[in-house]
Design a binder for this molecule. Structure first.
Ligand SMILES: [Zn+2]
Length: 369
């Protein structure tokens, strides 16, 4: 997002979210797109067409099969008028491998069916926390995660409405992992409800509340980790993520794997961190072997090896027998909130407001709705 577009963004947020016609803040999540067919089931499943004056009717057997036949949308073999259908249930609706709460829209869209879960924002936030942080973390850490996740969702919702999209967010890692809200952990749900409507704001803008698993001691600047040079994504000391299994780590990378990742013709013979960021993370890495030399940006080096394979860019490297031994700390890009640090601070007595102000310096918590 272009930070310059911020002022209208927040104004739009105020208008959008203060609408008196809507008692509950809702969010629209795309859970399937481009499929040729979709099955929905749930207790007391009912359906109505997406048009004015439509009447809701029960679905026989609590199970609906939708199929796209050219331009026509078929419900159990019968053509549907209008843009699509809205399903509701007395419990959760099962679709696309997820348990969904709220209502589910199925629309005809370019390239196939579009399935959208329309649900209260706090149900969404509760489900997302469960996908991003262990629910066994202390309640104040879960609340901090709730405010970060909600800030992200509200930003995306405002952008989507400005662009007149059918949905606000996807359900994958490209946005936030949404595993479905039908089975959200009660501790995660409680954290969402306890912070209902709260988002992080800086200079009248909703902040880009990035987070990561563990920083290993000090967080990274947004500019270095993500190319996002924002005042609240400053590097701060953490001092509380020692509980993370990745607080300190070693990794043995075979020379052939490094050579392949770097795009060399053969095994890597030498790996050198040529430059580090202000926090000591690798900013430029050179890899030599087979008569060639490749110099990579640190972030690109990690992407090529795999984000799971190389836990972070805070490492030193030395050659060992046919391989390279990396000794490092932390997991993730390092910018914004350190999740294990948030847990550590919560155990030390900090509340979620103190945790958020530590990891997003200068940002303030505002209740948006
Ligand atoms: Zn940390």
């Amino acid at each position: 997002m272009n930070p310059g577009s911020g002022a209208p963004l927040l104004l739009a947020a105020a208008l959008l979210l203060a609408s008196p016609a809507r008692a509950v803040e809702v969010v629209r999540i795309s859970v399937a797109a481009g499929a040729a067919e979709a099955d929905l089931s749930g207790p007391g499943l009912a359906v109505e067409p997406l048009r004015e004056g439509a009447v809701r009717q029960p679905v026989a057997g609590g199970r609906a099969r939708l199929r796209l036949d050219g331009e026509r949308l078929l419900l159990d073999g019968k053509a549907v008028d209008g843009a699509g259908l809205l399903f509701s249930s007395s419990g959760s609706i099962r679709c696309a491998g997820r348990e969904l709460s709220g209502e589910v829209e199925v629309r005809r869209a370019q390239g196939g069916l579009s399935v959208i879960d329309v649900l209260p924002m706090e149900d969404y936030v509760g489900a997302v926390i469960g996908g991003e942080m262990p629910p066994s973390f202390p309640p104040e850490a879960l609340k901090a995660q709730a405010v970060a996740a909600r800030s992200f969702a509200v930003r995306k919702k405002i952008e989507a409405r400005e662009q007149a999209l059918d949905f606000d967010l996807g359900s994958t890692v490209l946005d936030q992992v949404y595993p479905g809200s039908g089975r959200a952990d009660p501790r995660a749900r409680a954290a969402a409800l306890a912070t209902a409507g709260e988002v992080l704001v800086k200079d009248h803008l909703i902040v880009e509340a990035y987070f990561h698993s563990a920083c290993g001691g000090r967080t990274e600047r947004g500019a270095d980790a993500l190319g996002r040079d924002l005042p609240y994504l400053a590097s701060v000391p953490c001092e509380r993520c020692q509980g993370s299994p990745a607080f300190r780590w070693t990794l043995r990378l075979p020379a052939a794997e490094v050579g392949k990742a770097a795009g060399l013709p053969g095994e890597a013979k030498q790996v050198v961190v040529q430059r580090t960021t202000s926090t000591g993370r690798a900013a430029r890495v050179s890899v030599e072997g087979g008569g060639a030399k490749v110099v990579l940006d640190g972030v690109e080096f990690r992407r090529r090896l795999g984000y799971d394979r190389l836990p972070s860019l805070a490492f030193t490297v030395k050659p060992v027998d046919g391989a390279f031994l990396l000794t490092g700390k932390g997991r993730g890009h390092g910018a914004g909130m350190c999740q294990w640090g948030a847990a550590g601070w919560a155990r030390a007595g900090a509340d979620y407001r103190a945790i958020l102000s530590r990891y997003y310096p200068g940002a303030e918590i505002t209740r948006m709705y």
